[in-house]
Design a protein around this ligand. Structure first.
Ligand code: NAP
Length: 299
C-alpha cells in the first residue's frame, strides 16, 4: 500500500514518521500545496492513501494578525488536495481538521459531529475555522457525488515534543518555554494571556498519530472527533505544567488585556470510542514533562 502524508515536517507528521515509517512524507520545501502544479505533480505519482496533515496552523495572535493568509492558504491546499485525490483515484483520503471548525457557542456540550453547522466559528480564528470547515463540506460532497469513502478527523488542541518553541508555538509549548525561561533566570512567576478561565481538551500529537495509523490499518472510513475527555481550564493546565516541570512554587500572572479566545469547544468522543474501544491517551502531566525534557535537551 502506498501512503502519502502531507505536513510531514509538522508535529503530527513527525510523530507519524516514528510509527508509520514506510509512508512518503512531504513538507512545503518539496511541494507548496497551495500551488496547483505542485499538487498535481505529487498526486500523479499515484498513492492508494493520502493522510492530509498540511495546513497553515498558528497561535491566536497570529490568527488575528493574518486572517487572510489563514483562509486562502488552507482553502487552496485543502481544495486542491481533495480535487486531485479524486482525479488520480486515491482510494482513501483522511483530512485532518480541528475543533476550531465548530460553532463559537452551542446549546449543549460536548459538541457532537452533527453540530458542525449550528453556528459560525469563534471570531479569533474565524477564517482558519471556516477554511478547515470547508474541507469537511468538500469531502462530504465528493463522497456523495463520486461515491468515495473519504473521511476526516477533528482533533482537539494538540501539544507534543515536536511543537515549535518560537512565535508559532501552540499553548502548551509556549507555556513550557515560559516556565523554562523563568526557571533559568531565577524568576518565580510566569505571565499568561487572558483570564485563565477558558476550557480546553489537550491531546498529545502522538495519540493523534496512533489513531491515524490505526485508521489506515483497520480500514476506518468514518469521520469523527478525536480528543481526550479531560476538559481543563487554562489555569488548571498551567498548574499541571508547573508540577510537571517541578516549578510549583511559581506564581501565574494573567494579562487580561490579551484575548482569551473561545471560552469552550469541548467535543464529544462517543463516536471515536465506539470505533476504537481500547484507546488510552498519554497523561497530560507525563506528556508535558517530555516536552520540558525535550526543551532542556535542545538548549
Ligand atoms: P504544524 O506542526 O504547524 O505543521 C504544519 C505542516 O504543514 C508542516 O509540515 C508544513 O510544512 C506544512 N505546510 C504548511 N503550509 C504548507 C504549504 N503551503 N504546502 C505544503 N505544506 C505546508 O501542524 P501540526 O500541529 O502538525 O498539525 C497537523 C494538522 O492537525 C493540521 O491540519 C492542523 O490544522 C491540525 N490540528 C492541529 C492542532 C494543533 O493544536 N496543532 C489542533 C487540531 C488540529 P513546513 O514545515 O515545510 O512549513
Amino acid at each position: 500500500m502506498s501512503i502519502l502524508v502531507t505536513g510531514g515536517s509538522g508535529q503530527v507528521g513527525k510523530e507519524l514518521q516514528q510509527i508509520l515509517p514506510d509512508a512518503t512524507y512531504i513538507s512545503s520545501n518539496e511541494y507548496n500545496l497551495t500551488v496547483e502544479e505542485d499538487v498535481n505533480t505529487i498526486l500523479e505519482t499515484r498513492f492508494d492513501t493520502v493522510i492530509h496533515l498540511a495546513a497553515k496552523v498558528g497561535g491566536i495572535i497570529d490568527n488575528i494578525d493574518h486572517p487572510a493568509e489563514y483562509f486562502s492558504d488552507n482553502i487552496l491546499m485543502n481544495t486542491l488536495m481533495v480535487n486531485y485525490a479524486v482525479k488520480y483515484n486515491v482510494k482513501r483520503f483522511i483530512g485532518v481538521l480541528s475543533t476550531c471548525i465548530y460553532p463559537d457557542k452551542v446549546k449543549s456540550y460536548p459538541m457532537k459531529e452533527s453540530m458542525l453547522h449550528e453556528g459560525p466559528p469563534t471570531p479569533t480564528n474565524f477564517s482558519y475555522g471556516i477554511s478547515k470547515r470547508a474541507m469537511a463540506v468538500h469531502i462530504d460532497a465528493v463522497n456523495k457525488q463520486y461515491n468515495k469513502k473519504y473521511c476526516y478527523v477533528t482533533p482537539s488542541n494538540l501539544y507534543g515534543i515536536y511543537d515549535k518553541f518560537d512565535a508559532r508555538s501552540h499553548f502548551v509549548a509556549a507555556l513550557v518555554k515560559k516556565i523554562y525561561d523563568a526557571k533559568k533566570s531565577g524568576k518565580n512567576k510566569i505571565n499568561l494571556f487572558g483570564t485563565g478561565k477558558p476550557l480546553r481538551q489537550f491531546m498529545n500529537a502522538k495519540d493523534l498519530a496512533i489513531i491515524l495509523k490505526r485508521m489506515v490499518e483497520e480500514d476506518i472510513t468514518e469521520s469523527f472527533n478525536v480528543a481526550s475527555d479531560d476538559n481543563l481550564s487554562i489555569d488548571n493546565i498551567a498548574r499541571v505544567a508547573l508540577k510537571a516541570c517541578d516549578c510549583q512554587h511559581m506564581n501565574i500572572e494573567y494579562d487580561t488585556s490579551k484575548p482569551d479566545g473561545q471560552y469552550r469547544k469541548d467535543v464529544c468522543t462517543k463516536k471515536m470510542n465506539s470505533i476504537f474501544t481500547d484507546l488510552e491517551f498519554i497523561n497530560l502531566e507525563q506528556g508535558i514533562k517530555e516536552v520540558y525534557n525535550k526543551l532542556n535537551e535542545r538548549d
